[in-house]
Design a protein around this ligand. Structure first.
Ligand SMILES: Cc1ncc(COP(=O)(O)O)c(C=O)c1O
Length: 386
């Protein structure tokens, strides 16, 4: 895919701010960071990494994920399957949501050739078989519950089943003529590599109960982003721990997948915001929790995006704003009192209207969940570097 020509490019963040002095929020793509993130998985993960499209489905982001070499996609809705197959016809889509809207599996299978699906109960299995009508072509992953506590956001109270029920489902899948497989998700922003080893131990117990040979294992997403307030272990620790745990399954040659969302795109995006008003230690900026900052408000999510502050001098040059950092309450632009970043942000003491706060590593679950509430919808894009 050729580089996009419709996105303004700047050599540096300073150059972008000097040239634009944007009054509206601006998303800044860093192509090099997408490459580094993808390469980590292509080199270090012992299998194929699917990009979890839900983390950021913006076409600008998808193009950079594709250009970085990712070819598998965790598409968890018909809309995502359609989006990916239309944009990248050679992409391999895996429909990795255990509960599907009636009719979606049929269209994914018949029109887009998707053969990987997830279930966590008999009802969804029956529905999947009825809609696709050809179990011999399907690989069906059973989703396990893994309530392990290493992640900021758990993903096992809504989906997943116990080893006993999973074992029964695996047997049924085999009898129906489809290929049985297993999957789990340790939770998002998982700060403990050991959580993956614990989950793989649940896989081992499930396989013992089922007595079935699985055709694949998908260890989900959860790999963390480099936020402030979080001690993020090196990725190598995750990959080494996963490799060691997989060896205990003694299933050489079995296809292994993971479904990183955050880890493939968080660092590739920064956001330029502008300070509109300062009242003592309270700042009002042009984006907020109904825009790019929703994830910060989720219960249990105690991380923040790293920030840098720039001011524009009399010659129009953007420069880092000096000054000792101190805590500020930061409010978004809407009329809602709840539109405030949940934790104070450490910012230079002299910050004021017209200054720019750049939030880094903001690629995950920001663009994806922004709303147009109150008439504010951030959607200006630039690229920094090549
Ligand atoms: C099934 C599934 N896979 C992958 C992901 C991506 O997770 P993460 O962004 O933590 O890697 C999610 C996130 O909700 C998910 O639900």
């Amino acid at each position: 895919m050729n580089a996009r020509t419709d996105i303004p490019r700047f050599a540096s963040m300073e150059k972008a701010i000097s040239a634009l002095r944007p009054a509206e929020p601006v998303y800044c793509l860093h192509p090099e960071k997408f490459k580094v993130a993808a390469q980590r998985f292509l080199d270090g993960f012992p299998g194929d990494a699917m990009y979890a499209v839900k983390a950021n489905p913006a076409p600008q982001v998808l193009d950079l994920v594709w250009a970085a070499g990712i070819r598998h996609f965790d598409t968890a809705s018909l809309g995502e399957v359609e989006m990916i197959k239309t944009r990248f016809p050679e992409a391999i889509c895996h429909f990795m949501s255990p509960v599907r809207i009636p009719g979606h599996a049929r269209v994914s299978f018949e029109r887009f050739g998707v053969t990987d699906y997830v279930v966590d109960c008999d009802f969804e299995l029956d529905k999947l078989i009825a809609e696709t009508g050809d179990p011999g072509k399907l690989r069906i992953f059973v989703r396990l519950v893994t309530q392990l506590g290493g992640a900021l956001l758990e993903l096992s109270s809504k989906f997943g089943t116990t080893p006993d029920e999973a074992a029964a489902l695996l047997k049924r899948i085999g009898k129906l003529g489809a290929q049985p497989a297993l999957t789990f998700h340790v939770g998002s922003q998982c700060l403990s590599p050991f959580s993956y080893a614990q989950a793989i131990e649940i896989v081992r117990r499930t396989l013992d109960k089922a007595g079935v040979k699985i055709a694949a294992l998908d260890i989900g997403g959860g790999f963390p982003g480099p936020y402030t307030n979080n001690d993020v272990p090196p990725y190598l620790w995750y990959f080494d721990t996963i490799k060691e745990a997989l060896a205990t399954l003694d299933l050489p040659g079995m296809p292994i997948f993971c479904e990183p969302g955050r880890a493939l795109i968080a660092e590739g995006l920064s956001l330029i915001t502008q300070v509109v008003l300062r009242k003592a230690d309270r700042l009002f900026i042009n984006d907020g929790t109904y825009g790019s900052f929703d994830e910060l408000t989720l219960p249990g999510f105690n991380a923040d995006y790293p920030n840098r502050v720039f001011t524009v001098d009399a010659k129009g040059r953007a420069l880092p704003l000096p000054g000792a950092p101190r805590p500020f309450r930061v409010y978004g632009p809407t009329c809602d009192t709840l539109d405030v970043l949940p934790r104070p942000q450490m910012l230079p003491e002299g910050i004021g209207p017209g200054d720019f706060i750049v939030f880094d590593a903001i690629g995950a679950y920001s663009v994806a969940v922004r709303t147009g509430f109150n008439g504010f919808y951030p959607d200006q894009w630039v690229q920094i570097g090549n």
